[in-house]
Structure formats: structure tokens, C-alpha cells
Design a protein around this ligand. Structure first.
Ligand SMILES: NC(=O)c1ccc[n+]([C@@H]2O[C@H](COP(=O)([O-])OP(=O)(O)OC[C@H]3O[C@@H](n4cnc5c(N)ncnc54)[C@H](OP(=O)(O)O)[C@@H]3O)[C@@H](O)[C@H]2O)c1
Length: 242
């Protein structure tokens, strides 16, 4: 629990009771109560699969206050579509990363309504870094960078381990070193310190790391595929939401 909401004020609607719902119940949350309990809800968070939201929202509509803010974590479903489905209620879209579950994530937010945006921030800021987007279209780019990004770092880590094996390290040792290096690199990213400063701290001029870095991005060798990957993810996200 993050402190964003008192568990006693939390209502969870779920087809199947999961351990997390049980944990919330133990702290005072109500699980699948009669739907008239929703009348006082200030925010209604919807996190079902995008194909299911219209069906899932149908039973709750009559019970929600007209002022309830709809908080959608669904990928690709536009604000206007959700608002229409929720009979004109204001909507904030949030794209959280999986790390939010460990209190280590980041969430991008968009709403055309200031009050709805503030509701989204009040819910997510206690458990994640937040980034407010200036247009809804940027949700695709935010998803491509932060939603997909962990997979890119994992793929890089695997390539780093394989490169270590190519240089003679036993596979298990190379994998242990690469994974632990991913964790320690992440631990070094605190505050707003520039990435160039972090790089300089590891790479002294003319040294070992510097020799590797020169090859890593020779003629844009690193920048090009990263740009291509993010562009491909943006295109896919746009296609799926259309
Ligand atoms: N996975 C990610 O990294 C990520 C990141 C950002 C946003 N999202 C978005 O988050 C949403 C969920 O994605 P997911 O990968 O977590 O899918 P998921 O594991 O299938 O979760 C969907 C959840 O919706 C519940 N559900 C289904 N019908 C419902 C209903 N009528 N009322 C209440 N709950 C209902 C399901 O419960 P049962 O299991 O009991 O059926 C399940 O817990 C999607 O919209 C996705 O776009 C996902």
C-alpha cells in the first residue's frame, strides 16, 4: 500500500479474488461489495484488457456519481472514447510501467481536464515517478520509451552477457555479472544527475570503458537501432489503438 488511498476507502471489483485483493481486504478494503457502494467514489480506476472495458464498465455506470473521475491504465483507448462510454465523465489516462508494482516505476499521464489530471497525479505520485504529457498522441511515445524500455534493457543485458562469454567467461558467471551490473547501474540513477556525468564517472579519458564506448556508438551504431526500436513501438501502438 502506497498511502495514496486509505485502504478503508478502497473498493476493488474483480472477477477472481487474487492475493493482492486479500491483502487489501485485511487492511480494510471492500472487495466486490454491492455496487451501490460506488456512489461516493471520487475516482474509478479501470485496468481491464482494452477489448473488455465497455463490457466491464456497463454494470457500474448507473452507480457512479457524475463527478467520479475515470482513471484508465488501458493502453491505446483514447480519452474521448472512454469519456463517451462513461456518459461524459472526465477521464485521465495513465501509462504505468510494471515497476510501479514495486514502487520503482514511472507513470505517464494525460488528460484534457485539469481536475482529472490532478486526481491521476494524487493516485500515482505516491507510488511512481510521474510525467505529465502535453498531448494525448505522446502516449504512444511514452509507452515506447518507458513501457517497452525495460525489455530493451534486458535484451542489452543478455547481449552483454553473451559478449562476456565470447571473451571467455563461463556462461553462468557472465549472466550473473551482466544482471548484477544492470541492477547496480539502475541504483546509480538517482535524482536528476545528467547521464553524461554518470558515464564520465565510469569512463575515464583514454581508459578501458572509454575504449568500449567508442565502439558501442561508432557512427551512431547504438543510437540508430534504439531510435528504430522506439519508432517501431510507436507505430505498433498507434496501429493497435486505431
Ligand atoms: N502489463 C503491462 O505492462 C501494462 C502496462 C501499462 C498498462 N497496461 C494495461 O493494463 C491493463 C491490464 O493489462 P494486464 O497485462 O495486467 O492484463 P491482465 O493481467 O489480463 O489483467 C486484466 C485484469 O482485469 C480483470 N478483469 C477482467 N474483467 C473484469 C471485470 N469485468 N471487472 C473487473 N475486473 C476485470 C482480470 O481479472 P481476472 O484475472 O479475475 O479475470 C485481470 O485481473 C490493460 O488495459 C493494459 O493495456 C498494462
Amino acid at each position: 500500500m502506497t498511502g495514496a488511498v486509505d485502504p478503508k476507502d478502497l473498493i476493488i471489483l474483480t472477477p477472481s479474488e487474487k492475493p493482492v485483493a486479500e491483502k487489501a481486504r485485511a487492511l480494510g478494503a471492500r472487495i466486490n461489495p454491492p455496487l451501490d457502494a460506488l456512489a461516493d467514489a471520487k475516482a474509478f480506476v479501470i485496468g481491464v484488457k482494452p477489448a473488455k472495458w465497455a463490457e466491464a464498465s456497463q454494470p457500474v455506470l448507473a452507480h457512479l456519481s457524475k463527478d467520479a473521475v475515470i482513471v484508465s491504465v488501458m493502453a491505446g483507448v483514447p480519452e474521448a472514447t472512454i469519456s463517451q462510454g462513461f456518459e461524459g465523465r472526465s477521464v485521465v489516462r495513465v501509462m504505468p510501467t510494471t515497476g510501479v508494482a514495486q514502487g520503482q516505476g514511472v507513470a505517464s499521464l494525460w488528460s484534457s481536464h485539469k481536475a482529472a489530471l490532478d486526481t491521476g497525479l494524487s493516485l500515482f505520485a505516491p507510488m511512481a515517478e510521474t510525467a505529465v504529457l502535453t498531448s494525448e498522441d505522446l502516449m504512444h511515445a511514452a509507452t515506447a520509451v518507458s513501457g517497452c524500455g525495460p525489455a530493451y534493457f534486458f535484451a542489452f543485458t543478455r547481449a552483454l552477457a553473451q559478449a562476456g562469454v565470447a571473451e571467455g567467461l563461463p556462461e553462468d558467471v557472465a549472466m550473473k555479472l551482466a544482471r548484477a551490473t544492470l541492477r547496480s547501474a539502475a541504483a546509480g540513477v538517482v535524482g536528476d544527475e545528467a547521464l553524461d556525468t554518470l558515464i564520465d564517472r565510469v569512463a575515464s579519458p583514454g581508459g578501458v570503458t572509454q575504449a568500449g564506448l567508442v565502439v558501442l556508438n561508432e557512427n551512431g551504431a547504438l543510437d540508430r537501432p534504439v531510435k528504430g526500436a522506439v519508432k517501431a513501438a510507436v507505430d505498433k501502438s498507434t496501429e493497435l489503438s486505431g
